[in-house]
Design a binder for this molecule. Sequence first.
Ligand code: ZN
Length: 143
Amino acid sequence: MTSTSGVRDAKRLPAALENLWDRVVSRELSGADGPGVVYAYRNHGLWKAGRTRNIQRRLREWAQDCPSSNREWVGWRATPYVNQTEYLLHLALETVCLSRPRFQCNCGKTHLELFELGDDSEMAEDLILEVMEMVVVFVLAKY
Ligand SMILES: [Zn+2]
């Protein structure tokens, strides 16, 4: 079981998120950015989006660092600028989510960038995949 104690909502106001988005997309891309994969999974009713340069390695790392029988991978998408894509994806998910809890997990870590997307898990899965697709398409068109 994963503890829900210590959950605290870190969701920011829509106007602040919009400002951040504008500021981030008006800047030059970091030279350290490059190709990779953004991914999404569900765990204990919460949704997570992350990034990696190597999806197979990341799958193994998650399995080792935070063992959980409930983790369910729902999708991933390749992108030429994985850092920027993940950052924008987190902003977009924070905008549409119900809450963004700081989650004290039984693996000993506080997981960040988790999103509560509602009780209907099918709708939530559609939503997170749709947002991921939109952000990747945005990044492909812009850079
Ligand atoms: Zn954990």
